[in-house]
Design a protein around this ligand. Sequence first.
Ligand code: CO
Length: 466
Amino acid sequence: MSKKVKICDCTLRDGQQSLIATRLSIKDILPIVGKMDKVGFGAMEVWGGATFDSCLRFLNEDPWERLRKIRKAAPNTKLQMLLRGQNILGYRHYADDVVEMFVRKSIENGIDIIRIFDALNDPRNLETAVKYCKQEGGHAQLAISFTLSDVHTEEYFVNLAKQYRDIGADSICIKDMAGLLLPQSAYDLVKAIKSEVDLPLEVHSHYTSGVASMTYMKAVEAGADIIDTDMSPFAMGTSQPATEVMNAAFKGTDYEIGLDENLLKEISDYFRPIREEALKSGLLNTKVLSVDIATLLYQVPGGMLSNLVSQLKNANAEDKYREVLEEVPRVRADLGYPPLVTPSSQIVGTQSVLNVLMGERYKMVPKETKELVRGMYGRTPVPISDEIRKKIIGDEKVVECRPADLLKPELPAAEEAIKAYKEQPEDVLSYVLFPQVAEEFFKFRQAQKYGIDANLADVKKGVYPI
Ligand code: CO
């Protein structure tokens, strides 16, 4: 008997987010999602991440309405979303009342599985989301932000997986957002976690460095239960390995995915013209489709490298690239080895550029670096030394508690602010997360309701005085 391996198809969230800047609209999704529902995926990741912001900001869509429509069209498949712990889908810590309502409304509107992660892997930043996810009957999948550094050893990740189990994880995910996880390391890491933590284990990687499909094979051989893929038109490059390919690749092995190839082909055939169109318009840049070997060489995410290049270009200091690359691991060590994901990748990158350009380390320190040192993002993997702390924030106090404990409830003020636009309880969440963008969307929605043939650009210009 071969072991059944499940697929989580991420086309409608990570696939389109990674390749076409999250611009897939509900009009693109609805005609095909019913067919996707028939495949028998373990789950489909369809919401959260950048999709929420993109709906409001670029697509004139209510993200909640999108979720309800997908739920209705795909009644048989578990729907998954990605949530950044206490940051929800935004870039700061939100108060617990917001996290609670967001989680409750996500599940109420159709989400089954919430994949929850924290950029620093601080379990305290996941606790509130986990609590309410479980309270509402959702499946709380806790994701480890995978990274490479001196302190991110197998032992470190196994310990983290145990902590995640202890705070209530229903399953664990190794989330390798940069494509740094090599096949043999994946094998060893999955084996190590599986031997200590008796929960389903999912592996999520990106094809950025070209190794992810091999990494998946080894991970499955080591006992991974679920792998994340996308339909081929939205796979590979900076996205995940392709669903059809992984489905075929296990034939003749002790593992089986066993999805209907013809059905998968029909779904690919639907998405291919959308990909072609995106290539033509430039929305899909061929640059993100090729292998980025620098990722493996420098062990930092591809996106971070291109940010460094553009920062140096702006400062007319492109010749300092190598120096900055050498400074990155030093700054990272100074700041307690944060995983290099948003927002810490930007913090470490910018600080490294400044250290090199100023000719003196930490002569100039941006607000975000100070916040990280103050503990406002949570606990770093290892404590920051007194010497570095003094240099960056002097004698200022460091926050020892969970950062969100310092926040007052945010919903009452937001309710008041959107009184004139509110059409559903969920609107207050859209507003708290993205105040300006949500308000513009609300205005657009009202304009439409009153029969004004508005488009968002005109509303923003103030053509419609609503
Ligand atoms: Co991802």
